[in-house]
Ligand binder design. Structure first.
Ligand SMILES: NC(=O)c1ccc[n+]([C@@H]2O[C@H](COP(=O)([O-])OP(=O)(O)OC[C@H]3O[C@@H](n4cnc5c(N)ncnc54)[C@H](OP(=O)(O)O)[C@@H]3O)[C@@H](O)[C@H]2O)c1
Length: 316
């Protein structure tokens, strides 16, 4: 196992790095497997749970599972792929124990964190990189194919920029530079889109199931794929449906039936309808008089507890 350091400014072209990964979670096992495919030597991984052990066996066969400090000592490129909230403590403990050394490359994959969280490592002379794949991971081989073209939100100092871009290229991704002070907002944007989309789609499937659809996913798939493509291409201009058409009675009927038949989804429907209405008003795509009627309907739901009944005629 090599304990060389990686020279500032560049990695000697063609020389593989010894890579260590703490821990072998969904992201760590997959990125390490990809770096291995790219010719680097994955020398050790850390992970104690059954899930991490199974992932390491599947994606990193033959790689020994060691204690985090041993992984750090064995590697030139140390990937820290632990939960965001654990990252500060993991970096501090590794640095305090002397497991981080000068010239070592220490990279984490958190979207929210930038370089500040790696300060104890840089104080020990390490070269810090924040390298966040804008992708959702399953921790299986399926993810390897998804890395092609995946954007990586990068933050690094001038001396590490070339190396960071090189690593992303080897992984098959596309680099995007994110200023340190913008990382949290960058990550919030991704989470709002990807995580809340999962909630939205799950609730839509729940409503369709309650409506008797035999295949809610199959029913939604073509519609949602078209809506996603249109929204990504055209933003707010992609909006169709009762709110932007000003179909007040349809919105009122939705609220009634959701309250009666799928009440758990009502708060999200109301919150999303409000946001949709606000954006349509700002866009000038819904008449103010209709917007006021819809806003009143939504306000009434907010005041009604626990369930509401809406008579659309009273709101006209
Ligand atoms: N999941 C995604 O889709 C995704 C996408 C982009 C970026 N990320 C980022 O990637 C990082 C890892 O996320 P993940 O989803 O891969 O997490 P994960 O699947 O929960 O895996 C976390 C790994 O860290 C280990 N670990 C936990 N606490 C530790 C500690 N105190 N010391 C040492 N190792 C520890 C775990 O080991 P045990 O299993 O033994 O506990 C496990 O191997 C996070 O910063 C996350 O924001 C995740």
């Amino acid at each position: 196992m090599s304990t060389m350091s990686v020279r500032s400014q560049e990695r000697p072209s063609g020389r593989p790095l010894s890579v260590g990964v703490i821990g072998a979670g969904r992201v760590g096992a997959v990125l390490a497997a990809r770096l291995r495919e790219a010719g680097h030597e994955v020398v050790a991984a850390a992970g104690e749970s059954d899930a991490s052990r199974e992932r390491a066996a599947a994606l990193l066969p033959g790689v020994p599972l060691l204690k985090p400090s041993a992984v750090a000592r064995a590697s030139e490129l140390l990937l820290l792929t632990v939960p965001d909230d654990m990252l500060p403590n993991v970096v501090r403990v590794l640095a305090d124990s002397g497991a981080i050394r000068e010239g070592q490359v220490v990279a984490h994959t958190s979207g929210r964190h930038g370089l500040a969280v790696l300060a104890p490592a840089t104080a020990a002379g390490a070269r810090a990189i924040a390298l966040h794949p804008a992708m959702t991971f399953t921790g299986t081989e399926v993810d390897l194919g998804r890395l092609a073209g995946c954007v990586f939100g990068l933050t690094a100092g001038a001396g590490e920029r070339e190396l960071a871009e090189q690593l992303v290229a080897e992984i098959g991704g596309t680099p995007m530079w994110v200023p340190e002070e913008m990382r949290t907002l960058y990550h919030a944007g991704l989470a709002h889109g990807a995580n809340h989309l999962v909630t939205l789609v799950s609730e839509a499937m729940e409503m369709l199931t309650a409506a008797g659809a035999a295949d809610p996913a199959g029913t939604l798939r073509p519609l949602l794929q078209a809506a996603l493509d249109n929204a990504l291409a055209n933003g707010d201009a992609a909006l169709t449906g009762p709110i932007v058409r000003g179909d007040v009675r349809t919105v009122a009927a939705h609220l009634d039936d959701i309250a009666a038949k799928a009440p758990d989804t009502l708060p999200t429907y109301v919150a999303m309808a409000r946001a949709t209405l606000d954006r349509a008003v700002t866009d000038g795509r819904v008449l103010p008089i209709q917007a006021r009627k819809i806003a009143r309907l939504l306000d009434d739901v907010a005041w009604a507890a626990p369930r509401r009944t809406t008579n659309p005629v009273n709101h006209q």
